[in-house]
Design a protein around this ligand. Structure first.
Ligand SMILES: NC(=O)c1ccc[n+]([C@@H]2O[C@H](COP(=O)([O-])OP(=O)(O)OC[C@H]3O[C@@H](n4cnc5c(N)ncnc54)[C@H](O)[C@@H]3O)[C@@H](O)[C@H]2O)c1
Ligand SMILES: *[C@@H]1O[C@H](CO)[C@@H](O)[C@H](O)[C@H]1NC(C)=O
Length: 411
């Protein structure tokens, strides 16, 4: 009797070990798959060939600058900031080629609509992933880029818990790939790229200054941006690449990102849906240093125009090159409840609010930028307050989503 039940136990025991082993292997396999798959399908050469002569001509044409203009590769060009920066560069006479993989982190039809806007401005956006090295090298063959404005990334703080691999893929592997291609290009371009205010993490000293500690990220997103800043240091040190990191503070405006609060609050208030406002411990309110897109664009151009030349060539360093990090914020934090009351007035609809304790999923309570460094280096001076900026956002939102095209995708 006893023996029987004992062996029975053993069988069950063995069985669960096998099961455990099986699942561990599957799990390991998945990890290996996510970290070492590069470049992602479809095969890069086919993608380049698929473009053919017309494709190459479109890239060359788009990269042409007026005399003395820069030639800029903008990654994440179909994104919110990328679209605005690309248009500003093109309008002043720089050559601009975009690259974007049009991923579906948020409604890709918004990215396609931004792309239509870019096409009308004479800007060609290559559809591809920044991890695709042969594709990037091809672009450098077709256009001698003087600058790279690297804005492609997996953004968003909360989504990192759902899809951590996407952050590693775009913000770490993708960044390294961009820098690898830049380092080997001849001449090497100067690089300006988007870090984030989220690197300040649990830092509580305000306002946030560039020299403050950034070793306590509160989300995987923040950790990948912090890693990016360290990776930038390495490529500057070893290869003489000129690199400028920009720590954006909560950027908002027309053509903005649907995953951000000001955007989905607007959508939900109009629909009569309840919105959730988070508060900190002891009912402390959450505040953000909201920065209007036009001010960010001015900061991006200022950083680009003051970027020093990279010193290396043929993948070899020739001398010390510039390495900088700037805050780009508005320096006036606004409570989220104030954001909601401004939206209520603009939309002429009362919001249905529920207040909840902020979950510990990576968001911080408060952000406030010290911008004196950017101010002294390139005269950065934000001029749009939240009320004025939101008015422009709401105007765009109403127009965009009342057209038949927007309606289909948003509602
Ligand atoms: N908007 C903000 O408030 C804010 C704040 C801090 C930092 N940033 C940073 O600024 C940059 C631009 O942000 P945004 O608000 O315009 O975001 P966005 O998501 O609208 O733009 C990023 C674009 O990059 C593309 N992309 C992502 N991964 C890619 C890949 N592997 N290959 C090619 N393209 C890829 C996306 O399709 C998207 O169009 C990002 O690096 C972001 O992390 C933004
Ligand atoms: C802002 O940053 C500058 C350095 O760029 C520093 O000298 C100054 O003390 C900071 N101001 C505050 C209020 O922290």
């Amino acid at each position: 009797m006893v023996d029987k039940s004992g062996s029975n136990h053993r069988v069950r025991y063995n069985f669960s070990i096998t099961k455990l082993l099986f699942w561990s292997l599957i799990f390991l396999g998945l990890i290996v798959f996510f970290f070492f798959r590069s470049p992602p399908s479809p095969s890069p050469s086919r993608r380049v060939l698929r473009g053919g002569v017309d494709w190459e001509n479109s890239v060359r044409q788009s990269g042409l600058s007026r005399s003395k203009g820069k030639r800029v590769l903008v990654t994440g060009a179909a994104g919110f900031v990328g679209t605005h920066v690309s248009i500003a560069l093109k309008r002043r006479g720089d050559g601009v080629v975009g690259i974007d993989n049009f991923n579906s982190y948020y409604d890709p039809s918004l990215k396609r609509a931004r792309n239509d806007l870019l096409r009308r401005e004479g800007i060609f956006v290559v559809e591809g992933d920044i991890n695709n090295a042969p594709l990037l090298r091809k672009l450098f063959e077709l256009v001698k880029f003087t600058h790279v404005m690297h804005l492609a990334a997996q953004a968003g703080v909360r989504y990192a818990m759902k899809n951590p691999a996407s952050y590693v893929h775009s913000n770490i592997a993708g960044l390294v790939n961009v820098l690898e291609v830049c380092k080997s290009a001849n001449p090497q371009p100067s690089i300006v790229w988007a870090s984030s205010s989220s690197v300040y993490g649990l830092n509580s000293k305000v306002p946030f200054s560039e020299k403050d500690r950034t070793d306590q990220p509160a989300s995987l997103y923040a950790a990948t941006k912090k890693a990016g800043e360290e990776i930038a240091h390495t490529y500057n040190h070893i290869y003489g690449l000129s690199i400028t990191g920009l720590r954006f503070f909560t950027v908002y405006g027309p053509w903005g990102r649907p995953d951000m609060a000001y955007f989905f609050f607007t959508k939900d208030i109009l629909k009569g849906k309840k919105i959730t406002i988070f508060e900190g411990p002891n009912h402390k309110s959450v505040a953000r240093d909201f920065t209007y897109i036009d001010d960010i664009v001015k900061g991006c151009l200022g950083a680009l125009d003051t970027a020093g030349k990279s010193t290396g060539s043929g993948g070899k360093k020739k001398g010390a090159a510039q390495l900088r990090v700037f805050n780009l914020g508005n320096t006036s934090p606004v409570q989220v409840s104030k954001l909601v009351s401004i939206l209520e007035k603009l939309l002429k609809v009362k919001a249905k609010k529920q207040v909840l304790a902020m979950p510990r999923n990576g968001d911080v309570l408060f952000t406030h930028a010290n911008i004196s460094y950017a101010q002294s280096e390139f005269g950065y001076k934000p001029t749009t307050d939240l009320q004025t900026g939101l008015k422009k956002f709401v105007k765009w939102y109403m127009e965009y989503y009342s057209s038949s095209k927007g309606k289909k995708s948003a509602w």
